[in-house]
Design a protein around this ligand. Structure first.
Ligand code: RB5
Length: 200
C-alpha cells in the first residue's frame, strides 16, 4: 500500500515481539529519493530537493495562510492552496480532509494545515490512514517530527504563533527529511499496525 509521503507498507511482515495484542507490525519502508538516501545515511539533511505541498486553513488559520504559501513558493516549492480564502467561519475537518486527500492521492508529498490553535486540524488530519500530523510551534519539533516520525502534515495555530515564527517553522519542516533509521521505521511500523487493526 502506498503510504502518505511516499512510504509503503510491506504486506507480510513479522509480528511485533513487544505486542501484547495480536497486531501484526508491517515493516515501514519510507520513500526517499536516491540522493536523500545518500544524505540520510550520513545522518545529514538533504537540501537539494523541492517539496510538493498542499496548504489549507480554516477561518482561524486564515490570517497566516497567505504568508506561509508565499514563503514556500519563494523558496521554490510547488504549492496547492486549498483555501479557505476568507475569515468566514468554516469547519477545520473539511480542510484536514482536503489536504489528506491530496497526500493520499499522491498529488503532494506533504501539507501545512492551519487552524486557530493547531489542535483541531491535527486531530482531524490524524484520522486518515497514512497521515502523520503534528502541531509544532518550535523549530526543533518542526524539524525532528519529519526526521524521526516522517510527519507529512505540519499543523500550525494562527492564534498561537505569529507570521515570522510560522515561516521559520515551515522552512524547518520542508528542509527536513526522514532519517530512515531502523528504530524510527520500527516505531512507524507499529503505528501502521494500529491503523490496520483499529482504523476500519
Ligand atoms: C475555530 O474557531 C477554531 O476552533 C479552530 O480554528 C481550531 O482552533 C480548532 O482547534
Amino acid at each position: 500500500m502506498a503510504g502518505a509521503g511516499g512510504g509503503v507498507w510491506k504486506a507480510h511482515a513479522a509480528e511485533s515481539p513487544a505486542s501484547t495484542t495480536r497486531i501484526r507490525t508491517p515493516e515501514y519502508v519510507p520513500f526517499l529519493p536516491p540522493a536523500a538516501q545518500r544524505w540520510s545515511r550520513c545522518r545529514s539533511r538533504w537540501y537539494d530537493g523541492f517539496v510538493n505541498l498542499a496548504v489549507a486553513c480554516d477561518h482561524g488559520g486564515f490570517p497566516l495562510k497567505s504568508r506561509v504559501v508565499e514563503e514556500l513558493r519563494k523558496l521554490g516549492h510547488q504549492v496547492i492552496d486549498l483555501g479557505t480564502d476568507s475569515a468566514q467561519p468554516v469547519d477545520y475537518p473539511d480542510y484536514a480532509r482536503a489536504v489528506a486527500g491530496e497526500i493520499l492521492a499522491g498529488r503532494v508529498e506533504r501539507a501545512v494545515l492551519i487552524c486557530g490553535s493547531g489542535a483541531g486540524a491535527c486531530v482531524a488530519a490524524n484520522k486518515f490512514r497514512g497521515i502523520r500530523a503534528a502541531t509544532c510551534h518550535d523549530s526543533f519539533s518542526a524539524r525532528q517530527s519529519v526526521e524521526d516520525d516522517d510527519v507529512n502534515v505540519l499543523c500550525l495555530g494562527a492564534r498561537v504563533i505569529g507570521p515570522e515564527l510560522a515561516v521559520e517553522l515551515v522552512r524547518d519542516y520542508v528542509n527536513a527529511r526522514f532519517s530512515g533509521a531502523e528504530r524510527h521505521r520500527r516505531r512507524l511500523g507499529k503505528i501502521a499496525a494500529f491503523e490496520a487493526a483499529f482504523g476500519q
